[in-house]
Ligand binder design. Structure first.
Ligand code: CTP
Length: 445
């Protein structure tokens, strides 16, 4: 009787440990099946910095000559099904997993092979790319979340924080166990890349100086508030071979990518209507509702709501109209932007003082997609059709605050493994800046 063995792994930056594992796995039986993980599956299990593509990783496994068959591993729970489907006798993995797969013992023999010492993909990844020390400008809530999320992405580590008010920097630095800087030149000397989470209107100046100091920049949305500023800064970055990256976390999360893919697949026909709404009630004395120049609902939330519209309809709208309800200090508590495109219409609705449903709706000629709040942390959406029973449901992982996805993409660009981000292009960031500018102008600010 032929003994069938199966093993699974990512096999990134193929190394001696992988080779020896496969060699011994093959020797356990007559026929070896190797499951190689997909990028998407690795993302869901928190492996965000795999370097080799799936094709390369499969090629490398194939080249050893030990695998009789290669399959891909794309979901959690797949091992259990593969073992029964493929009639497996022995399941094996390295000893770093000892105990983790004992639940498979009811279906086949489980063998943990001694792991090869002093080698791992993680080690190679860290040797290959030096760890990027990130410096944070700004000490607000989002900056704290960034530190937590950055810990989960390999290849980056929070080094220090800058705030012109040194006491705020010290308080933040103590809380997160990083260094505090009140002097910007010292700060730039100590870091490789910069994350900007200061008040909106300060982004332009900070990005400009960071680029002058040769630093790659990840900047919170809205990156800047004028089209010309965005164009100038992207130009500066390009000239210096630096990355300038706008952090709208939704753009980079796997669920939103899936939603766009399905929306554009024809499953709801041609897209004719996009309605995106995000409301978040804030205290009247919050920064968002008291900063008379740059506060209000559109500057705060407009980037999120405009994102699906720009992704699905593009940048070439024919008409745009802003309607706002303002509070006593003149700041918008609630703003609706209506856009007209050659083949569609869109609305983006933002509220800080008025609550609404907060959903994303994409209407097409054959059906519609709906993602309820918080769709900006896309984890679930449905596709509906004329027949109310014809509904497809999709879910996708969204871990923590979701900043880890944008940090990981930013890092790939900094390390040169990806050149440009199709998830949020420079052109889209420029249009977002133009919309901010248009809104502030018509609001008389
Ligand atoms: N493996 C091994 N010896 C090593 C490294 C890995 O025997 N030094 C085994 C693992 O136990 C697993 C298989 O090789 O059975 C594939 O592991 P994978 O996770 O792809 O490799 P790692 O180098 O452990 O990757 P990472 O550092 O990303 O966890």
């Amino acid at each position: 009787m032929m003994i069938k063995v199966i093993t699974y792994g990512t096999f990134d930056l193929f190394h001696q440990g992988h080779y020896r594992l496969l060699q011994r796995a093959k020797a356990l039986g007559d026929y070896l099946i190797v499951g190689v993980t997909t990028e998407a599956y690795d993302k869901t299990r928190g492996k965000l910095n795999v370097i080799d593509s799936l094709v390369t990783r499969i090629e490398n496994v194939k080249r050893t000559g030990f695998a009789d068959e290669i399959i891909i591993e794309e979901t959690e729970g797949q091992k259990f099904n593969d073992i029964r489907r493929l009639g497996i006798d022995i399941f094996t993995v390295g000893s770093d997993w000892t105990g983790c797969f004992d639940y498979l013992k009811d279906y086949c023999k489980v063998v943990y092979l001694e792991r090869t010492k002093n080698i791992s993909s993680t080690m190679l990844r860290e040797q290959n790319s030096h760890i990027q020390r990130v410096g944070i400008i700004g000490t607000g809530r989002i900056a704290g979340r960034f530190v937590q999320e950055a810990k989960l992405v390999s290849g980056i580590s929070a080094q220090g924080v800058y705030n012109p008010h040194r006491e705020s920097a010290v308080r933040f630095a103590d809380r997160w166990e990083i260094d505090a800087y009140g002097d910007i030149d010292e700060f730039f000397k100590a870091v490789d890349v910069v994350y900007i989470a200061s008040p909106h209107e300060t982004h332009y100046g900070y990005i400009k100086t960071a680029l002058e100091h040769g630093k790659h920049v990840l900047c919170e949305k809205p990156m800047v508030l004028e089209r010309a500023q965005a164009e100038e800064l992207f130009g500066n970055a390009k000239e210096r071979g630096l990355i300038l990256f706008e952090g709208i976390k939704t753009a980079y999360c796997p669920g939103f990518q899936k939603l766009l893919g399905i929306a554009c697949s024809g499953s709801i026909g041609s897209i004719r209507n996009v309605e995106a709404c995000f409301t978040k009630l804030e205290d009247a004395d919050s920064r968002e509702l008291t900063d008379r120049e740059y506060g209000g609902s559109f500057t705060e939330l407009g980037s999120y709501c405009m994102l699906p519209i720009l992704k699905l309809f593009g940048k070439e709208f024919q008409e745009i109209r802003f309607d706002s309800l303002n509070g006593a200090n003149g700041l918008d508590l609630f703003t609706r932007i209506s856009l007209k495109y050659p083949n569609g219409i869109a609305t983006a609705t933002c509220g800080l003082g008025v609550k609404s449903d907060g959903r994303l709706l994409i209407g097409g000629t054959k059906g519609y997609i709906v993602a309820e709040a918080p769709w900006w942390k896309t984890a679930y959406f449905e596709v509906h059709h004329e027949n109310p029973e014809d509904v497809q449901k999709y879910s996708e992982i969204f871990l923590g605050d979701g900043l880890r996805y944008e940090i990981s993409d930013f890092l790939s660009m900094v390390n040169g493994t990806e050149k440009d981000s199709f998830k949020l292009t420079r052109g889209e960031s420029v249009t977002l800046a133009e919309l901010m500018e248009g809104f502030l102008r018509q609001a008389g600010r």
